[in-house]
Design a protein around this ligand. Structure first.
Ligand code: HEM
Length: 532
């Protein structure tokens, strides 16, 4: 009730509200003050304080998160390295380094430094509310070894050679689809985006070698089940939450309200279905595709691994292996093939030499890997395409182990600091790759005969370039699918050039997005069948 002056008497309930409110405000102010103090304290005492880098990166990982989101993070990082030198501060507890001498230590074959939680977000499987880490995202070295052990040999050059018939079937299908859907006559040649078809090819090859069944993108000529679109979204998500891994628990792995990317449901379904068919009744006609037990695929190998190691290999482990083949193997390979086509087409003298070498050999197509690999200029073009635009162009992040590390310049970096090395940056180190690292110049992989380079000097230069090439990672965490990727790249490049005349329509339409993997779009070409 109001008093005579119209003022409301203040009730004890109102009093309580005021007290609670002011306590809340004080707590909030205390919290903010503590954060500010902690930030200032960390800033001034950080062992990374002396390293240059963007102002915001010193204070918060949000700077890195934002860069990851832009799709151009490799360009920004390269700009920063050119401005500041080999060590750039990219986060409160993180530096990015371009120090070739440190590569073998970080990516050591036995004592490689541990991966950070950055990789955890890329785990697409959940079991009983628990994240199932895969071969790529597993950060515990012991568990990683246990997971890799039973299958590593199936990714060796010799084992991949056994899978060539699967790849040949897909190359034939790619060529016949290009002929019927994309090629115009001599008078009115069609323009189309070759990067779409390369992506369909790469995903179908992975399906073919993994369970003898392409997913169907080549046959249908489109992303008919939305997996490729979803994969793009998932990769965009993985790379952003990787900057602040706890966000993944809030968005994707949130058991109450999932707000993450669409996920790989179609891929998971295919993997589960294929495994069930094969385990339960593979001779009863349920196993579709062209599976022939005489030409084993990865699924055959994985099931065998389970039979040999029943205590170590579960069905869930097989699903995880199958999925990592699909998720890690297709986009990266497609990107490398596109890079080889784009960069050589854009440089007419390179394209001329490449075509001349391939046509001079008049190879039977689909070209065998052995034949394609033996062509020196083809080899140089592919190495250079991988160098200038590696399929993974984000920093490979590792923790400095306990005890820290002494750098060659005398600096000491304590244990627990995150060090990133980005293949896009390290592949441009002029002390390793020459003074023109931004230029697409396949000749750098060949002996400079005009310049009187001796064979011995060339071999030493080549060894140095290969030793410091991080495009497939290194040491115990080196890419398990490297050979599989290379088989596909060499075979398809040589086969397409043997069968078709190809012209780049407009280089300006080519776009690169740095997601978890490098994505290329807009490789607009005209193609015509070569006369037999
Ligand atoms: C040109 C194509 C490819 C590129 C550029 C590429 C690049 C890489 C890189 C840089 C890493 C190391 C990541 C790190 O240490 O942080 C890696 C690891 C890995 N890659 Fe690839 N990759 C390619 C193709 C493939 C294929 C075809 C597969 C599967 C069939 C595959 C499966 C994997 C797996 C499972 C790992 C983790 C290996 C481990 O930690 O033991 N990759 N890849």
């Amino acid at each position: 009730m109001s008093d005579v002056l119209g003022n409301s008497p203040v009730s004890s309930r109102d009093n309580n509200v005021v007290v609670v409110f002011s306590k809340g405000v004080s707590a909030l102010l205390m919290f903010i003050a503590t954060c500010c103090f902690w930030n200032l304290y960390s800033y001034f005492t950080s062992p990374l304080r002396k390293y240059p880098g963007p102002f915001f990166a010193r204070w918060t990982r949000l700077w890195y998160l934002y860069q990851s989101w832009t799709g151009d993070s490799h360009l920004e990082l390269y700009r920063l390295h050119q401005k500041h030198g080999p060590i750039v501060r990219t986060g409160p507890n993180m530096i990015d380094v371009d120090l070739p001498e440190l590569m073998c230590t970080i990516f050591h074959i036995r004592n490689g430094w541990p991966k950070t939680e950055f990789y955890h977000g890329s785990s697409a499987l959940m079991d009983d509310g628990q994240i199932v880490y895969n071969l790529f995202s597993q950060t515990d070295p012991k568990k990683h070894k246990k997971e890799k052990g039973p299958i590593a040999k199936h990714y060796s050059t010799a084992s991949i050679a056994d899978l060539e018939p699967h790849m040949n079937t897909m190359i034939e299908m790619l060529c016949s689809q290009l002929e019927t859907r994309c090629l115009g006559g001599a008078e009115a040649p069609n323009e189309f985006d070759l990067s779409d078809w390369i992506l369909y090819y790469a995903w179908d090859v992975i399906g073919a070698v993994t369970f003898s069944e392409p997913i169907g993108y080549l046959a249908k000529g489109c992303d008919f089940d939305g997996t490729l679109r979803n994969a793009k979204k998932a990769m965009d998500y993985f790379v952003v939450v990787g900057a602040m891994p706890f966000l993944d628990y809030f968005f994707d792995k949130n058991p109450f309200l999932r707000m993450g990317p669409p996920g790989f449901n179609t891929i998971t379904d295919i993997c589960v279905q294929r495994l069930n068919y094969r385990l339960n009744d593979w001779s009863g006609g349920k196993d579709s595709g062209y599976h022939d037990p005489k030409t084993p695929d990865f699924l055959d190998h994985f099931i065998k691994a389970m039979e040999l190691n029943p205590d170590r290999v579960t069905e869930q482990q097989i699903i995880s292996w199958l999925m990592i083949n699909m998720i890690a193997g297709a986009d990266t390979t497609a990107s490398t093939i596109c890079s080889a086509f784009y960069h050589s087409l854009k440089n007419p003298s390179v394209w001329e030499k490449l075509t001349a070498e391939i046509l001079a050999h008049n190879l039977h197509t689909p070209a065998t890997y052995k034949d394609a690999r033996a062509l020196p200029y083809v080899d140089a073009v592919i190495r250079e395409a991988i160098r200038v635009l590696p399929g993974v162009s984000m920093p490979l992040k590792r923790y400095v182990p306990r005890g820290g590390v002494n750098l060659r310049n005398g600096d000491y970096i304590p244990g627990g600091v995150v060090i990133g090395m980005n293949p896009y940056i390290t592949n441009r180190n002029p002390t390793i790759y020459g003074e023109d690292p931004d230029k697409f110049r396949p000749e750098r992989w060949l002996r400079d005969e005009k310049g009187d380079e001796t064979e011995e000097a060339f071999q030493s230069r080549l060894k140095d370039m290969n030793k410091h090439n991080l495009s497939f990672g290194g040491g115990s965490r080196v890419c398990i699918g490297k050979d599989m990727a290379l088989f596909q790249v060499y075979k398809v490049l040589v086969t397409l050039i043997t069968r078709f005349k190809i012209e780049l329509v407009d280089p300006k339409q080519w776009r690169v997005t740095n997601s978890w993997f490098i994505r290329q779009e807009g490789l607009k070409v005209r193609m015509m069948k070569r006369q037999p």
